[in-house]
Design a protein around this ligand. Sequence first.
Ligand code: ADP
Length: 494
Amino acid sequence: MIVAYSSFIKNQLLIDGEWCLSADEKTFAVVNPATGEPIAQVANATPADATRAIDAAVRAQITWAEKAANERSRLLRCWFDLVMQNQEALAQLLTLEQGKPLAEARAEIAYGASYIEWFAEEAKRIYGDVIPPLANNQRIHVIKQPVGVVAAITPWNFPCAMLARKLAPALAAGCAVVAKPAAETPLSALALAQLALEAGIPAGVINILPSAHAQAIGVEFTTNTHVRKLSFTGSTAVGKTLIAQCAPGVKRITLELGGNAPFIVFDDADLDAAVAGAIAAKFRNAGQTCVCANRFYIHQSVYDLFCQKLTAGMQALKLGNGFDDEVTVGPLISLRAKEKVQGFVDDAVRRGARIAFQTPIQNSFQAHPAGHGAQDNFFAPTVLVDVTQDARLACEEIFGPVIGLIPFATEVQAIQLANASDYGLAAYFYTRDTNRIKRLCDQLQTGMVGVNTGLISNAAAPFGGIKQSGWGREGSRYGLDDYLDIKYLCETFS
Ligand code: ADP
């Protein structure tokens, strides 16, 4: 492999177009989750840095919003081109700090970039409205304006795409952003911002604050009155805290929170397609995505056959360092994450489940010899059978490569089981019955439904959840609404 990422390792804060140290000049370590080796010491933003970044964003936002929409569009397009031209370097950096296989990292860079491209185009189509008035001496106009300064908090599972999905619509709308990436993966965010500067996006429009002081930065983001909107992707628990913190200031919020996606396979399904969909929906990013299939409901008449086909399909999975070309499943992000996933498996087994299959673990050690002696974050892809609905892995987000199979008898029961969750992000089902497709699409209580597919994310579609999975949508034309205020103009004539 030709190492391409070196020039993209930035280890300082980006405030007002300048790379700088944190106010207290402290740093924190970013570590390769596959090997435990340190990658960089990164400036650790303090709340005072956040305040400074917000002040810079306030100034920058005014002139950014004054630019003609096609000028903002042109700069976003230029940024998109630079991201794609540097796809390989950015993908390597992503694998280095996040662990996902390089092929998936390349796909994430393209996926993140696709939001920049999409919103470069949407920037020109922020239409208003003219409404027929109730009195004929009046004229009613509706215009849309940027909300102002946006604070963004992003997770470590898609460090490039989750940030691009917020920055692109915010910038298209005419907002400026202060962003705090996850402390595990700040390098991809800094690299993305570096390319934005190179593309000509003005100083202060994008500010990046890597920080290990998540809570304190969150308090500044949510209480600073100059911040008009918060966009958060992460856990439901932190989302609830942020809602409470935003309440006194009545700050607008977009939340992409946890999921607990059901994956239903009916007896009339194409089982080979369902197995391929299950593997795609479960093992991408080692199971660490919020739309990962989390609960597998399989019709009792095809339960054994599905399990057989699934375990046969999983023979092709290879666990190891994401830089190894053959590897399809990388490490989990941390030892804590691994222990959590192990806890789900142990709990299911205590309740009567049985491990039907596990990918051979030695692959990981062969693939990352440099990791010997370092902590081992690898978790073998696992299938459990006879899982009960009360098992923790059926109730909570697993965030790991574990499939628990639960049998069901009827369509009504499958829908009830699927909807018996506080979460409502994604759902997947496989069937050939067109009437059943209609019934499930109507009745499943989630923001997104995959019908005979395990992959649903793309820039053209509105990504988001209902129930405790969040508020608002990202991507598509709906994704701009969260960054726009509606202003109604009432003109009266004599
Ligand atoms: P995960 O458990 O997957 O890491 P989190 O919700 O804890 O999910 O993290 C998502 C993002 O939220 C990260 O950038 C993290 O640093 C940040 N975060 C965590 N706790 C808080 C908090 N109390 N206030 C603001 N941001 C937080």
